[in-house]
Design a protein around this ligand. Structure first.
Ligand code: THU
Length: 160
């Protein structure tokens, strides 16, 4: 038996002010998107803003449903919108912010597993890394230079 070690490097910014200006702007768009979340069941609002290579920014928020599994996370709402409106334009970066209505979200909230799988699909398709920044409502922002850091051993088209 052999041991396999998997290592990922992430970066932590102390707060939104420490981000490069363009990313700060993107995160502010994610905050605006978060404010449009429809999350009456979880009271957990999430917003995502995606910067495309052509300079467009597309946004999305989580959309819940009385039939719970029918709802969709903010990241997938946004990335599927980008994929359907701009199918041939690369994604440069994504900013994600989450805020619970029950208590202040002060820790960075990473994308869920299903969203990582969805983002992986586009990263593999475009053959260039997608930067991901995620935060809570306030406080530190985590950066990953690529989705691959968040989803090692991904399931992808190469096995089909
Ligand atoms: N949610 C997201 O929008 N993104 C994630 O990555 C994790 C969870 C949403 C789904 C649901 O509307 C609420 O947060 C609570 O799970």
């Amino acid at each position: 038996m052999k041991e396999i070690k998997i290592e990922s490097t992430l970066y932590l910014f102390e707060n939104i002010e420490e981000l490069p200006e363009k990313v700060n702007t993107l995160m502010q768009r994610a905050v605006k998107a978060r404010e449009k979340a429809y999350a009456p069941y979880s009271n957990f609002n999430v917003g995502t803003a995606i910067l495309l290579e052509n300079g467009e920014i597309v946004t999305g928020s989580n959309q819940e449903n009385a039939s719970y599994p029918s709802g969709l996370c903010a990241e997938r709402t946004a990335i599927y919108y980008a994929g359907s409106q701009f199918p041939n334009v690369k994604i440069i970066s994504m900013a994600v912010t989450a805020a619970s209505k029950k208590n202040k979200t002060i820790k960075p909230i990473p994308p869920c597993g299903a969203c990582r799988q969805a983002i992986a699909e586009y990263e593999i398709k475009q053959e260039t890394p997608i930067e991901i920044y995620f935060m809570g409502e306030i406080g530190p922002v985590t950066k990953s230079n690529s989705l691959a850091n968040l989803l090692p051993l991904s399931f992808d088209k190469s096995v089909l």
